[in-house]
Design a protein around this ligand. Sequence first.
Ligand code: SF4
Ligand code: SF4
Length: 116
Amino acid sequence: MGRRRRGTTAEPPPECRGCGGCCEAFGHTLAAEEGDLARWRREERWDLLAHVGEGGALWVDPVTGGDLDRCPFLERTGPGAARCAIHATKPDMCRDYPDSAHGFHCERGVRFRDRG
Ligand code: SF4
Ligand code: SF4
């Protein structure tokens, strides 16, 4: 399977079981890349840009500017199940996870075969 083009994937990769474990563990320690900021401006996602802090830090409270302790876009859909409310335009860091820094294994220990 070829590498997905950023920003066009409609569904998570088949290896992902949709548990939300990675989002809970890392979702409040992300950073927006230039590509994310440009895409969100192009898509007029001012709601997302309002959650970007200094240096691209994700995620901050749009009112107070303070760091959030969880990703505000993670929606629990049931026991052990979750969805990303902004999947179509989620940050590149989320889209690329798990990468080589994680040995292509996610928080739940699943190996993502098409990434390495
Ligand atoms: S921890 Fe793994 S299986 Fe669970 S949502 Fe994240 S990538 Fe998917
Ligand atoms: S933006 Fe979506 S994929 Fe990224 S941490 Fe939040 S819920 Fe998870």
